[in-house]
Design a protein around this ligand. Structure first.
Ligand code: AKB
Length: 360
C-alpha cells in the first residue's frame, strides 16, 4: 500500500454538491480510484458514521472489514464488505483481530457519545479511553501504518478564565464537561503520542454534530437530526434543546468526505494530528425553519432537557477550521438549506424501505 501522495482529485470531485453519499448507495468518486485497493478496518462500524462510510469505501473497491460489538444491523445491510464482532475494550481480542486482518488503514469510530456517556461514565471510560488505547496498541503491534481517530467538539468546554473564543480555534485550553469529552481529549493526546513515538500515523478530525438519515446513539446534538426524521415520520418534534441553542453541525456526506480526505492526506501536508472541521452553526429554531420550507405542516416545539442542554451550552457556537482548510484543502459542500433539500427526500426513502428502525 502507498499512502503518500496529495489529496486525490477524484476525491475532490466527489465533494461536489449533489454527488454526496446516498445512504442506500455508495457515493461516486469518494476516494482515489487510481490508488490500489487497501485493506481497511473500521471499529464501531454499526453507528451513524459507519452507515455511510462503509458504503463509500466498498464502492471505491477497498477490502473493508467492519467491526462492532453487535452483529451487522439491518440498517447497515446495504453497505457490503465483511462484518466481524469486536469489543474494543477487550485488548486481547482487538490485538488478535488486528494481527489477523493486518489492515493498511483503520478508522476508529467506536465510542459512547456525550449524553449516553453521562448516564454511564464508566462505560464511556471503558469504550472510549481503554478502547482507544487498545486500538492504538493493536495497530502498533500489527504495524498498521495509519489510523484515523474521530474526535469531537465535545473536547471543548468553558475555560475558568471566561467563555470560549467564537469561533473556537484548534489550540485553546481544553476543559470538557463530559466523560465523552474527557476521553476524546485523551484520545487526541494518545493519537499524537503514537504518531510521534511509534510508527503509527494517527490523525483525525473534531466532528461537529453530524446529521444524516441514519440513527445516532446517545448524542447531545441528536435534536438536529430528529427534526428531520420526526418531521417526516411524525410531522413534528419536541426538541430537547432551547430554540436559541447554537452548536457546530455538519451533513454526513461532508463528514464522510472529511474522513476520506484526512485519511489520504500526505503526512508532510499535516501540521498537526487533529483538526477542527466546520460546516454551519444554525440556532435550533433556524433548523426548524429550514425543515418547514419542505414540510410546511410540521410542528416544532422546544422543551430543554437540563442535562443535555448543559452539555450543548458548554460546546463552542462555531469552529475555526482554517488549519484544515490550509493543510489539506478542507471545504464543506453543504450549508443548512442545501442539507435540508438533500436530506428530506432521503429520510422519506429510508422510511419507505423500513431502514430507519430505532426510535428515541
Ligand atoms: C454528541 O452529541 O455527543 C456527538 C458529538 C457532537 O460528538 N454527536
Amino acid at each position: 500500500m502507498r499512502l503518500e501522495g496529495g489529496v486525490p482529485t477524484t476525491l475532490r470531485q466527489g465533494a461536489a454538491r449533489g454527488d454526496a453519499a446516498e445512504p442506500l448507495a455508495a457515493p461516486r468518486g469518494a476516494i482515489d480510484d487510481a490508488r490500489p485497493p487497501m485493506k481497511i478496518l473500521l471499529t464501531g462500524a454499526g453507528g451513524q458514521i459507519g452507515h455511510d462510510l462503509i458504503g463509500a469505501l466498498v464502492a471505491s473497491g477497498h477490502d473493508v472489514v467492519s467491526t462492532d460489538l453487535a452483529p451487522r444491523p439491518p440498517s447497515h445491510a446495504h453497505a457490503g464488505g465483511e462484518w466481524q464482532r469486536l469489543d474494543v475494550t477487550d485488548a486481547a481480542a482487538t490485538g488478535a483481530l488486528m494481527m489477523e486482518v493486518r489492515p493498511d488503514l483503520v478508522f476508529h469510530l467506536a465510542a459512547i457519545l456525550s449524553a449516553r456517556g453521562e448516564q454511564d461514565p464508566r462505560l464511556a471510560y471503558d469504550v472510549n479511553q481503554t478502547g482507544t488505547w487498545n486500538v492504538l496498541e493493536a495497530c502498533r503491534r500489527a504495524k498498521v501504518k495509519r489510523l484515523v481517530f474521530t474526535s469531537s467538539i465535545a473536547v471543548f468546554g468553558p475555560p475558568p478564565s471566561g467563555p470560549l473564543p467564537d469561533p473556537t480555534p484548534d489550540d485553546v485550553a481544553l476543559h470538557p464537561t463530559t466523560m465523552y469529552g474527557v476521553t476524546k481529549v485523551s484520545g487526541e493526546l494518545l493519537c499524537d503520542y503514537y504518531r510521534k513515538k511509534f510508527d503509527v500515523d494517527c490523525r483525525g478530525v473534531r466532528f461537529p454534530g453530524l446529521i444524516s438519515a441514519a440513527m445516532p446513539g446517545g448524542g447531545s446534538s441528536d435534536y438536529a437530526l430528529f427534526m428531520y426524521v420526526d418531521g417526516v415520520r411524525k410531522h413534528g418534534y419536541e426538541a430537547f434543546a432551547r430554540a436559541d441553542t447554537r452548536i457546530p453541525l455538519m451533513y454526513m456526506p461532508d463528514g464522510v468526505r472529511a474522513l476520506l480526505e484526512i485519511a489520504m492526506a500526505e503526512r508532510a501536508q499535516l501540521t498537526r494530528a487533529i483538526y477542527n472541521i466546520a460546516a454551519f452553526s444554525p440556532r435550533a429554531d433556524e433548523i426548524a425553519a429550514s425543515v418547514l420550507t419542505l414540510l410546511p405542516d410540521a410542528k416544532f416545539t422546544f422543551e430543554p432537557d437540563p442535562v443535555r442542554q448543559a452539555i450543548l451550552d458548554s460546546w463552542p457556537r462555531a469552529l475555526d477550521d482554517s488549519a484544515a482548510r490550509r493543510d489539506w484543502g478542507w471545504k464543506p459542500a453543504y450549508d443548512l438549506d442545501a442539507m435540508t433539500q438533500d436530506l428530506i427526500p432521503k429520510v422519506r426513502r429510508m422510511l419507505e424501505l423500513g431502514a430507519i428502525l430505532s426510535s428515541h
